[in-house]
Ligand binder design. Structure first.
Ligand code: NAP
Length: 251
């Protein structure tokens, strides 16, 4: 039996777990951070909540006799990734990073790359007064204090204070359509979009809508991927890598 831990919370992690459910002689457990109230669940066994840092994960890998770990977390979940690198290294368990590609600007895009959310907040007053924030509810404190700006913040769960004083919250979960995003941005007279470089198909519509409306997009760069860890960009590549691992006798 090959025991696989998929660190999840993404569309790719769910698709990977679904594909692996059809593999004979393989058991998959997917983990979620456990912060979304009503998460989209992958098929199969699910572990919700953290492991207790690298030491907790190391113990967990041993207790559950995990043979291989796939880190398919969100590209900005840098602490979880660092924890996986450390724990698998100490346990001698193979680790694969499944990270979808980041977004690339195309003709007509006006993107301003920034290294952090704080740097993104610093750019805003010069760019416009009505800001569409799609950086997650836990990013809102970074924008609190920008009292001259109005914000529309879209998130899955409600944000908690501190938040900007002129804020409208839209509770919603992707995927979104370009027509829907155009209508939303027009309705709220948005003049700047702020996003993280999450990549993937679920949330590209806002970028296409911003292009069509000629709006600037402030885009936060991803944290760097750890060096020396095998990494792939698609579920299909992850399955091929896992098949080689399985056929060579597991971990
Ligand atoms: P993080 O800062 O890397 O993780 C913080 C802690 O949460 C980890 O140390 C771990 O706790 C736990 N954790 C995170 N992902 C986990 C997983 N898949 N399974 C089990 N435990 C997990 O990541 P984050 O706080 O989740 O998010 C950081 C950024 O990623 C934010 O910008 C957020 O908007 C974005 N994001 C994350 C997810 C997601 O599913 N994680 C989804 C969408 C967006 P222990 O140390 O106790 O193990």
């Amino acid at each position: 039996m090959l025991n696989i831990l998929v660190l999840g919370g993404t569309d790719e992690a769910r698709r990977l777990a679904a594909a692996l459910a059809g593999w004979a002689g393989t058991h998959v457990v997917s983990s979620l951070a456990g912060r979304v109230r009503d998460p989209r669940l992958p098929v199969g066994e699910v572990h919700e909540g953290g492991f207790g840092g690298p030491a907790g994960l190391l113990t967990w890998l041993g207790d559950r006799r995990i043979d291989v770990v796939v880190d398919a977390t969100h590209p900005f979940a840098a602490r979880m990734t660092a924890s996986a690198v450390e724990a698998t290294g100490r346990a001698g368990v193979p680790l694969l990073i499944l990270r979808r590609p980041g977004w690339r600007a195309g003709p007509g895009d006006d993107w301003r790359w920034t290294p952090s959310l704080a740097a993104a907040a610093g750019l805003l007053p010069a760019l416009g007064g009505r800001i569409f924030l799609t950086t997650g509810r836990r990013s809102l404190p970074v924008f609190a204090g920008l009292d001259d700006l109005w914000f529309l913040a879209r998130s899955v769960d409600p944000p908690e204070p501190p938040v900007p004083c002129r804020l409208q919250v839209l509770l919603s979960r992707g995927p979104f359509t370009v027509d829907g995003e155009l209508a939303l941005m027009r309705e709220h007279r948005v003049d700047v979009l702020v996003t993280k470089d999450s990549g993937g198909r679920m949330t590209t519509a806002k970028l296409l809508a911003a292009r069509e409306l000629g709006l600037p997009v402030v885009i936060v760069r991803r944290p760097p991927r750890p060096a020396g860890v095998p990494a792939v960009e698609t579920v299909e590549e992850a399955l091929a890598w896992l098949a080689v691992t399985r056929d060579s006798g597991g971990g």
